[in-house]
Write a protein that binds this ligand. Structure first.
Ligand code: ADP
Length: 351
């Protein structure tokens, strides 16, 4: 096992820089998720760590070795891809054994490792099948098995669950989490899915346009997003943003409504309100003109606008609720759950 250190890492294709001075330390045994929208540089960063892309400048270390110049095969990593990349003409056993065979590992040792791993993954009954005789979930397990038998210092996962249906994804991500904790292997996992990232990661590195927006635990990102981007990306439904003016511990919305809070801020800000933090309150200062309701069973989503403005607002209300289509509902929010951001830079104001 090993920690991974990324130091001032830059990637450029020709004149175009796609990763900008990325820093980060992944601790021994930790599972870090690199998450962000399509095109933000996640795969490029993972492929650089794997040795499949060159480093333009900066340094990647695994354990105490700088690996910039090492071939992928010499980095002691194993990668799991979204398309499984299994050899179709080989059995499950042969697929799992292949990497060990080309490393000239003793045959009885290969058998021992393959069978032990097959037991961990509960795929022993399928060892003699070909990949096409397996379901998607079973194939994904074989792909993981092939990584595990190698007993590497580091696992790299590149969107490994994208090809599975929604239910299986939820099941497999729990399995990956349990397996990673059991094996204790330092892991980096790439996904664009923030829910997957939140449930899997010890910590999340949020990338946006090739920049690290924030690197922290799921709860740190949810409770204290450092930028408007992270605030809007983490959490479902997404945080609401409304323009406001801060003055003497009071926030004034565009429709004139006043909310207590925002001590320490002054001038124009962006106010972030999580849908689940708005409490129904007849006399509350946040007045929402009802648009439509989405009844999800356990809770109801109200989609509306701040009364007298075009600011769209989503509220998550526990249980069932309904109102006339043109009704106005009042909400309040506790001052410690307000998120304030600089209107210009998008950076968090205060703690
Ligand atoms: P993600 O995995 O987050 O979707 P990528 O790492 O694949 O993003 O890509 C990051 C950026 O780098 C994108 O703007 C993409 O167009 C660009 N890019 C990726 N590979 C190449 C390449 N071989 N040549 C030029 N640009 C590339």
């Amino acid at each position: 096992m090993a920690s991974i250190n990324l130091k001032d890492l830059v990637k450029a294709y020709g004149q175009t820089e796609v990763l900008h001075h990325v820093d980060g330390q992944i601790e021994d045994g930790e599972l870090v998720v690199i998450v962000g929208p399509s095109g933000c540089g996640k795969s490029t960063l993972l492929r650089m760590i794997a040795g499949l892309e060159t480093v333009t400048s900066g340094q990647i270390s695994i354990g105490d070795r700088v690996v910039n110049q090492l071939e992928p095969a010499d980095r002691d990593i194993a990668m799991v891809f979204q398309n499984y990349a299994l050899y179709p003409h080989m059995s499950v056993r042969e697929n799992m054994a292949y990497g060990l065979k080309i490393r000239k590992i003793d045959k009885s040792e290969i058998n021992r490792r393959v069978e032990e791993t097959a037991d961990i993954l509960e795929i022993r009954p399928y060892l003699d099948r070909k990949p096409r005789q397996l379901s998607g979930g079973q194939r994904q397990r074989v792909a993981m098995g092939r990584a595990i038998v190698r007993d590497p210092q580091v696992f790299l996962f590149d969107e490994p669950l994208s090809n599975l249906d929604a239910k299986l994804r939820v099941q497999m991500r729990l399995e990956i989490r349990k397996l990673q904790q059991r094996l204790g292997v330092t892991s980096i996992y790439v996904t664009h899915d923030q829910v997957e990232a939140m449930t899997l990661g010890d910590r999340l590195m949020v990338l946006n346009g090739g920049y690290v927006e924030q690197f922290g635990t799921p709860i740190e990102l949810y409770d204290r997003p450092q930028t408007v981007f992270v605030a809007g990306f983490i959490g479902s439904p997404a945080m609401n943003f409304v323009p406001a003016t801060a003055e003497q511990g009071r926030l004034t919305l565009e429709n004139g409504a006043q909310i207590p809070g925002g001590a320490g801020a002054s001038g124009k800000i962006t106010l972030g309100l999580r849908p689940e933090h708005l409490q129904a309150d007849e006399n509350g200062p946040i007045r929402v003109s009802v648009g439509l309701f989405e009844h999800l069973g356990a809770n109801t989503l109200l989609h509306g606008t701040l009364e007298g403005s075009n600011n769209e607002i989503v509220v998550s209300i526990p249980g069932h609720i309904s109102a006339a289509p043109d009704a106005v509902m009042g909400f309040s929010v506790s001052a410690d759950l307000l998120h304030l951001f600089d209107a210009e830079t998008g950076k968090r104001i205060g703690a």
